[in-house]
Ligand binder design. Structure first.
Ligand code: FAD
Length: 520
């Protein structure tokens, strides 16, 4: 459908009402998009769904949405926008599943590329190659990880490194890092990619890998969408286990909790997944667990009182196939015997590998039913060096936070040696660092469950980190000025900027990250 003058006027009005100051493309520019010969199509009138994300705190209306029918559609669009030159205000944002927190996949007055449309195109099917020693899957950039898992499981295989939630896209998580409880062993998702196909900000389609066009390959991994649109990723696979022993134990002492976590991530023979979370001022925790986990000792567990103000939960898994159950039991028992958790709080359950990996989706279904999913999410994700984690905990869990009722607080260590320092991801400069995620929901307009309340706490935490100079780096950082991004990248800014100049010199791509304002 062609854009009209009326559409341009409406867009201008909406942007003005939204308090956004920016250039709006004129009708000729929008018509020129409508005139491109594509396998898919542009839409100009139903863009409001693309002005939303999981964070629910930022809404920037695009001028047009590209529903690509092929990679050529994305390349033709980017070539066209590039040809308009630096005076054109048009920007282009790839949108994965829109699970960003602060408009990172939005483009005010620009073009949003709905990457999920690419999944249907004939040359973009998930393809598993399992001959030889190093099986892999070729996945479209807009594919959801849950679909990658379903497809690879048909071949008895699965990717090695995950995020906690699988309804995110391949291109979206690879543009950040992709971290979960497997990262201590395999590194983040960006460390498990063999090859990418990318459409750059000039509209060139480039295949890249550690051997071929390696500068673009590493730039795009963790590159916040700044250097090109990932249209295909070749992801390393391993044999998938059938079952998972999923274990939870509690600690009341932060030092024992973190020492045990660190010992486990450094051990040779260890668990397959190691995470942790912090519980502040909550009662009846074990009763909640009982709906899906079995206590090892029901009598002792029923006597446990969660009177400690702050408790720390260590969450672990061991993979197994049914003929290995006895072996798994022995290994788990031996590993648990080395830990210092509160003995009465050992709970476990056995679930399929799929059920374990897709666990957060089960919570999503429940929260959606209660109207608590599509609410603002003022999340804060920090990477804290090991040398500062005790100090951080004392201040944050001891003083700043009074409870953890607004959402989970994740805390687990990973090791830097598994992160490839040639990618664009920024991490603390220490061998072990912790991912600490404050995953708040803010369903209320005021008070304890509000955005203002959560942001106030987030700000206090960040201010503490900055004043104490503990070497913290933000993950999924919502910075809004280039100055902040320069500080974030530190010595790596020069490389990041040089790569931007090479692959997207007109700063067309991913404007919602607010790193490089488009010249106009
Ligand atoms: P989008 O939000 O749509 O896009 C993210 C950024 O990447 C944008 O700048 C966008 O323009 C760009 N982009 C999107 N697709 C492409 C592409 N194909 N090529 C180039 N650039 C692209 N992260 C973790 O690391 N670990 C977790 O355990 C984890 N759990 C999460 C749980 C939930 C419930 C949610 C909502 C998020 C979680 N995340 C986690 C964060 C997640 O990595 C980000 O939300 C990320 O943005 C992926 O979401 P998406 O695929 O919807 O991408």
């Amino acid at each position: 459908m062609k854009p009209s003058l009326e559409h341009c006027f409406k867009l201008l009005l909406l942007l003005a009402l939204g308090g956004v100051t920016m250039h709006v493309p004129d009708a000729d520019v929008l018509s020129s998009l409508g005139a491109l010969r594509l396998d898919g199509h542009f839409s100009f009138h139903d863009a409001s769904a693309m002005a939303r994300d999981f964070g629910n705190r930022c809404s920037l209306l695009p001028a047009a949405v590209l529903h690509p029918g092929s990679v050529s559609d994305i390349a033709a669009t980017l070539r066209h926008v590039f040809s308009l030159g630096e005076r054109s205000p048009l920007t282009v944002a790839a949108r994965g599943h829109g699970h960003s927190l602060m408009g990172q996949s939005q483009a005010a007055g620009g073009i949003v590329v709905r990457m999920e449309s690419l999944r249907g195109s004939s040359d973009r099917r998930l393809q598993v190659v399992h001959g030889g020693m190093s099986p892999f899957v070729d996945a479209p950039g807009g594919e959801l990880w849950i679909n990658v898992l379903h497809e690879t499981l048909k071949h008895g295989l699965a990717p090695k490194s995950w995020t906690d939630y699988l309804h995110l896209t391949v291109g979206g998580t690879l543009s950040n890092a992709g971290v979960s409880g497997q990262a201590f062993r395999h590194g983040p998702q960006v460390s498990n990619v063999n090859q990418l196909e990318i459409v750059t900000g000039r509209g060139d389609v480039v295949t890249c890998s550690p051997e071929e066009n390696s500068d673009l390959f590493y730039a795009a991994l963790g590159g916040l969408g700044q250097f090109g649109i990932i249209t295909r990723a070749r992801i390393a696979l391993e044999p998938a286990p059938k079952m998972v022993r999923w274990i939870r134990v509690l600690y009341s002492d932060f030092v024992s909790f973190t020492e045990d976590q660190e010992m486990l991530i450094m051990a040779e023979n260890t668990f397959d997944y190691i995470e942790g979370f912090v519980i502040i001022n909550r009662t009846g925790i074990l009763n909640n667990w009982r709906t899906s986990f079995k206590p090892q000792d029901p009598v002792q567990a029923s006597r446990f009182q969660s009177d400690a103000r702050v408790l720390y939960c260590l969450e672990l898994t061991k993979n197994f196939n049914s003929d290995e159950a006895d072996n798994m039991e022995q290994e788990v028992t031996a590993l648990l015997s080395r830990l210092r958790y509160i003995r009465s709080t050992l709970f476990h359950t056995d679930v399929t590998y799929l059920e374990f990996l897709d666990r957060v989706h089960a919570s999503e279904v429940k929260l959606r039913a209660q109207g608590l999913w599509e609410v603002p999410h003022p999340w804060l994700n920090l990477l804290i060096p090991r040398s500062s984690i005790q100090r951080f905990a004392k201040e944050v869990f001891g003083k700043i936070l009074k409870d953890s009722n607004n959402g989970p607080i994740l805390l687990y260590p990973v090791n830097k040696s598994k992160w490839d320092n040639r990618t664009s991801v920024v991490i603390p400069d220490e061998e072990i660092f912790y991912l600490v995620g404050f995953l708040s929901s803010a369903p209320s307009l005021s008070g304890h469950g509000s955005v203002a309340h959560a942001m106030n706490l987030n700000n206090q935490i960040v201010e503490f980190c900055e004043e104490a100079d503990i070497g913290m780096k933000q993950y999924l950082a919502p910075y809004t000025t280039q100055q902040q991004w320069k500080a974030h990248f530190g010595a790596r800014w020069e490389t990041f900027e040089r790569r931007k100049h090479t692959y997207d010199p007109l700063a067309i791509l991913a404007p919602g990250q607010r790193i490089f304002p488009k010249a106009s």
